[in-house]
Design a protein around this ligand. Structure first.
Ligand SMILES: *[C@@H]1O[C@H](CO)[C@@H](O)[C@H](O)[C@H]1NC(C)=O
Ligand SMILES: *[C@@H]1O[C@H](CO)[C@@H](O)[C@H](O)[C@H]1NC(C)=O
Ligand SMILES: *[C@@H]1O[C@H](CO)[C@@H](O)[C@H](O)[C@H]1NC(C)=O
Ligand SMILES: *[C@@H]1O[C@H](CO)[C@@H](O)[C@H](O)[C@H]1NC(C)=O
Ligand SMILES: *[C@@H]1O[C@H](CO)[C@@H](O)[C@H](O)[C@H]1NC(C)=O
Ligand SMILES: *[C@@H]1O[C@H](CO)[C@@H](O)[C@H](O)[C@H]1NC(C)=O
Length: 638
């Protein structure tokens, strides 16, 4: 009686013990890409984000949707700023300039993208000016209360007949305590003919990642580099599509000299400059050693306008031109253009995705995608680039040949967990990209509710664990999965349309904050299996979910697991057929104080706790350990 009495509560607590035996061989070969990144223009990643330009509205670009304006600019001294379209503009892409007129010391300031971070480092700037002027210009970085951090005198080369570019550098000696700073450019009106000058394309960059001119913000790239994404899906989803056919992302308008890029109205409520264009995306891939997954426009815009079958060839041709631009030899028309723009060496494109979410834009979109749009691009690519893995933007269709599909899932945590086994019965003929994955809303018993959308601001722990469960299911089938990416990647807290994201930040250098999901995805990404190994267990998946395998380069055996919704600690007895008693393994366990814990910008408290310990295989090679409720773990043998 006594014995039983003592055992009962123990039995209850240990009812979910798992005994797992991993075979020596017989698993699936896994994709090298596994974990990557997804770029979506918005403040997530484009202007005022990853792209390091500090001057907002630098060339007064506008469109019917977002007409040119003087946002972010203010007049200095006794002056007026007036937008104008001169008969001899800086370029046909940048028709609008600003006329600055007045008396005394006049000019303008720019407040940047929700502030300008001032650090003791070299800023590189330039501006174009037109008008006869015999004085000098003064460029400076100042606090909003007028304290000057750095300034430069620039001797005028300005003339009345044409636009002349002036360059300068600014090197502050101190760090400004806030980002409440401005860039200022002034001149002496008495030395300018008529007391006025015309300006356009005023630009200022801090040091960039890899010191690339027109490059990326260093702290954000560092955070990405720490994650080590294996691929980049670009130029986004809705961003690629455009609000209308005419405002789609046009690759040919994002290349070449910056003053020849007209920019466009984005899907996200503002005009973009085009400064972060196709070549910049490719350089981004080069810099972080990511495989490009190039998305091409496929005849569908967000307003659900669809290009007819008869007219589609224009866009197929355009996509082929884009590929020639990226991959063609310098003897080809577009390869030569790439060389002219500084990249004689062709890039390699192994993956092309046709469009974005063609199943989400009404029945006509999916119907036309199935009946002619996908095939038109797929056939043309197969003919000219047979080695390219073409990926459809959906899995809601029968994919021809070996074409892949793209699965996006935004949902509540419980639903990610219930999709753990969704790839087990999936065919391996058509590999799947998990191109946008994120837990967005709290569990509510009904799943994600777009009509009453109350997404979390940041990824939170139970959501991140649920993503882990889903990813484990994908890794078990990683012969069928091209790779997976959280989406979107970046959020500028000062202006965003979408939350949560992988990384959040504001204008201040160093503000970039890694989310709970970042820690989970990193742990999995940093422990890549080349092959899975089949495992047997009498215990069904849930509350413990796992995958086992091998890195055949190091011969390390790997086990990844996550516990979701358990009533207590889950004991695990794990054996690998080829690992004997005495072998050691590193066990890393991620936990958080509670299900709703999140990492927030400005709060240095790290909610994800990482515990790593070395454990030894006991009798019969058994690794014994236990995992708490809501935890994510990786074990690697030494
Ligand atoms: C590792 O596994 C991959 C995929 O199965 C295979 O292509 C590769 O040759 C293997 N390498 C070694 C060293 O066994
Ligand atoms: C410049 O031209 C554009 C396009 O025609 C027009 O929308 C805009 O209003 C013009 N701006 C000015 C200041 O005249
Ligand atoms: C870019 O290509 C499109 C065709 O897709 C064309 O309509 C447009 O004029 C081109 N833009 C430039 C600047 O050449
Ligand atoms: C979590 O546990 C509760 C209670 O056991 C159960 O009702 C629910 O279905 C579980 N949820 C998931 C996603 O397993
Ligand atoms: C390998 O894939 C098959 C289905 O193709 C799946 O049933 C199996 O569980 C996978 N193996 C491992 C070790 O996950
Ligand atoms: C496990 O975590 C889930 C989610 O927070 C919670 O609903 C459940 O009560 C937890 N179980 C225990 C025993 O803490």
């Amino acid at each position: 009686m006594l014995r039983e009495y003592l055992l009962l509560p123990l039995l209850a607590a240990y009812s979910a013990a798992y005994t797992i035996k991993v075979a020596k061989s017989g698993g699936n070969v896994t994709s090298n890409l596994q974990y990557g990144a997804m770029e979506e223009e918005i403040n997530h990643c484009g202007e005022g984000g990853l792209y390091a330009e500090l001057i907002r509205n630098r060339a007064f670009q506008g469109s019917e949707l977002y007409p040119s304006n003087l946002e972010a600019w203010s007049a200095v001294g006794e002056s007026t700023l007036a937008l104008q379209n001169l008969s001899n503009p800086l370029s046909s892409a940048l028709p609008t300039s600003v006329n600055v007129k007045g008396s005394g010391t006049i000019g303008f300031t720019n407040v940047g993208f929700w502030g300008i971070d001032v650090q003791p480092q070299k800023y590189t700037g330039s501006f174009y000016v037109k008008g006869s002027y015999s004085g000098s210009f003064k460029a400076s970085l100042q606090s909003s209360s007028g304290k000057t951090f750095a300034s430069a005198e620039i001797t005028s080369k300005s003339v009345s007949s044409k636009w002349v570019q002036h360059e300068f550098t600014l090197t502050p000696k101190t760090t400004a305590s806030t980002v409440d700073n401005v860039f200022s450019l002034t001149f002496d009106a008495s030395k300018a003919s008529g007391g006025s000058l015309d300006f356009n394309f005023i630009s200022l960059f801090p040091p960039t990642w890899n010191d690339r001119p027109n490059g990326m913000r260093k702290d954000l790239m560092q955070a990405l580099s720490d994650f080590g994404p294996k691929f980049l899906r670009f130029p986004g989803g809705n961003n690629l599509e455009g609000e209308t056919i005419d405002t789609r992302w046009k690759w040919n308008e994002t290349i070449g000299p910056l003053i020849d890029r007209p920019g466009r109205p984005t899907t996200w409520g503002y005009e973009e400059t085009g400064g972060m264009g196709l070549v910049e995306y490719m350089e981004w891939c080069d810099d972080l050693d990511m495989e490009p997954i190039l998305a091409i426009w496929d005849g569908l815009a967000l307003n659900e306008d669809i290009v007819s079958e008869a007219d589609l060839h224009v866009y197929v041709e355009d996509a082929l031109n884009e590929l020639e631009f990226l991959t063609g030899s310098v003897d080809t028309e577009y390869g030569a253009l790439r060389a002219k723009y500084g990249h004689p060496e062709p890039w390699t494109i192994n993956y092309v995705e046709v469009g974005n979410e063609d199943e989400d834009a009404g029945t006509e979109a999916l119907d036309t995608y199935k009946s002619y749009r996908f095939a038109a691009f797929n056939d043309a690519l197969a003919e000219k680039y047979p080695y390219i893995q073409v990926i459809a933007s959906t899995i809601d269709m029968t994919m021809p040949g070996s074409a892949g599909g793209d699965y996006h899932q935004y949902d509540v945590p419980d639903n990610f967990v219930s999709e753990f086994d969704m790839w087990d019965s999936y065919t391996d003929e058509n590999p799947i990209l998990l191109g946008e994955i994120a837990a967005l809303e709290y569990n509510n018993g009904v799943g994600l509710d777009w009509s009453d959308y109350t997404a979390s601001l940041y990824p939170w722990w139970i959501g991140s664990v649920a993503e882990a469960v889903f990813l484990l299911g994908a890794e078990r089938n990683s012969d069928k999965i091209i790779g997976a990416t959280y989406a979107p990647f970046f959020m500028n807290l000062d202006s965003y349309e979408w939350s949560p994201t992988f990384l959040a930040f504001d204008s201040k250098t160093g503000s970039v904050t890694k989310s709970t999901s970042y820690y989970v995805w990193s742990l999995f990404n940093n422990n890549h299996m080349t092959n899975t190994l089949p495992a047997t267990s009498a215990d069904a998946f849930g509350p413990l979910y796992y995958v086992s395998g091998l890195d055949n380069k190091t011969n390390s055996h790997i086990w990844k697991g996550a516990v979701y919704n358990s009533t207590g600690e889950v004991p695990v007895s794990l054996t690998f057929e080829s690992i004997g008693q005495g072998t050691t393994a590193d066990l890393t366990i991620l936990t958080a104080p509670d299900a709703y814990a999140m990492n927030e910008v400005g709060d240095s408290t790290e909610v994800v706790k990482t515990t790593t310990k070395t454990i030894k295989a006991g009798k019969s090679g058994v690794f014994s350990f236990s995992l708490p409720n809501l935890s994510v773990a990786v074990l690697t043998t030494n």
